[in-house]
Design a protein around this ligand. Structure first.
Ligand SMILES: [Zn+2]
Length: 402
């Protein structure tokens, strides 16, 4: 409890100012946010490089942001998360404002629990943990392989091992399922997250439920997905929340899956942009288009493989390419995990490595089942630096200054 207060004090007294938390409102753009708060557009937007300007369009509505103000009401700092690893940091030094992207420091813990089914895995996990996110990741990992409705009986057991990130003592971001087990009619079924970031069952067959088609044919991948990468020359943190496909201007862009157009129009960073909403909370994004296919509009229903537009270089782009983004429940994920034609079957060396990983998880799950491990929310994390300025911990620095 003492630690709790110390941490809270450190966080709220950061830079000797009060920390305000707010959520990024729907429809707010980075530029409109700067204007609203009378922050200078030059140093905080127009003088930034293209990558940084583009990142500022990645802010998702609803994310929790923090700001501090000086006595006269001027904003002295703003922290805006871009994903669960990287955030925009705006700060005032003397009378000048600066922009940087810095890591979000969080602590990851592996947690596990088991429970006996009373109603359904979804409802029972929420009852046990209070977390819809945990219920969601458990159910979706089995949704294509099992039928809970017909085959589950009251008293059957489920178990899950997952990683949870904590920030400022609170669970933060979507948990990552590592292994899950459900017993149905006396038979245990498993799902494991392999080192290739894909899910497999106990036989080494992939169980990914949502498969996307390639959005451009015969294109070269010119840039891959990364949530946080340190650029050694620029000495800056970057993120690339999508995959770039280099292709000639005018190359058709295909809808990666069935869905409905939820955005079509011109944006500054992404140029001519289409967003398609799919089932199960998936959304795809197609940026820098030269032009849209005739007749495409908001609300249009599209089929997988249907042409929606043509490759171009509109917006902040250095050459014709498609920037293809994939979001699950609002969170950017690596499209290449999901873009494929068929599910994968592990063989050879890959299979052997998987079997080792599987054996470890099996041991862990067996232990949790025999101990009937209950869900517990981990208490406050240890000394963690939450505000990192790229080289050192701002929080620690503040602490030692005072
Ligand atoms: Zn890109």
């Amino acid at each position: 409890m003492i630690r709790f207060f110390i941490l809270l004090f450190l966080a709220t007294s950061l830079f000797g100012a009060r920390v305000e938390t707010f959520r990024w409102s729907n429809g707010e753009t980075y530029l409109s946010f700067l204007e609203k708060n009378k922050l200078p557009l030059g140093p905080l937007y127009y003088n930034l490089d293209e990558d940084e300007q583009q990142l500022s369009e990645e802010i998702l509505s609803g994310v929790h942001c923090k700001s501090t103000r000086e006595k006269n009401g001027d904003i002295s700092q703003v922290f805006i998360p871009l994903n669960d690893e990287l955030q925009i940091h705006i700060y005032k030094n003397n009378s000048d404002y600066f922009f940087e992207t810095i890591p979000i420091i969080s602590e990851t813990k592996t947690e596990a629990f088991t429970l006996k089914i009373e109603h359904s895995p979804y409802l029972d996990i929420i009852r046990e943990t209070g977390s819809k996110k945990l219920a969601k990741i458990f159910v979706s990992s089995f949704q294509n392989s099992l039928n809970f409705k017909n085959d589950l009986q009251k008293g059957d057991t489920l178990a899950m091992v997952y990683e949870q990130k904590y920030r400022l003592g609170k669970p933060f971001s979507m948990p990552t399922l590592k292994a899950a087990m459900i017993e149905m009619k006396g038979k245990r079924h498993f799902v494991y997250l392999n080192s290739d970031e894909r899910f497999y069952n106990q036989d080494g067959n992939e169980v990914e439920s949502f498969l996307l088609g390639t959005p451009v044919h015969n294109a070269r991948i010119s840039s891959r997905f990364t949530k946080r990468r340190f650029h050694p020359v620029l000495k800056k943190y970057r993120a690339h929340q999508g995959v770039d496909y280099a292709a000639g201007r005018g190359t058709p862009i295909l809808a990666a899956g069935n869905g409905r157009v939820v955005f079509i129009g011109q944006t500054r960073g992404y140029g001519k942009l289409i967003k398609i909403q799919h089932s199960d909370g998936y959304l795809t994004l197609y940026a820098h288009q030269n032009s849209f296919r005739k007749g495409m509009k908001n609300g249009s229903v599209v089929k997988k493989g249907q042409v929606i537009g043509y490759v171009g270089s509109t917006g902040l782009s250095t050459g014709p390419h498609l920037h293809f983004g994939l979001y699950k429940d609002g969170r950017a994920i690596d499209p290449l995990r999901v873009v494929q034609v068929a599910t994968k079957k592990l063989a050879g060396k890959e299979r052997n490595a998987f079997l080792k990983l599987k054996a470890n998880y099996d041991e862990s799950i067996n232990l949790h089942v025999s101990n009937a491990t209950k869900f517990t929310r981990v208490s406050m994390p240890d000394n963690v630096c939450y505000f990192f300025n790229g080289e050192q911990c701002v929080q620690d620095k503040q602490g030692s200054d005072s």
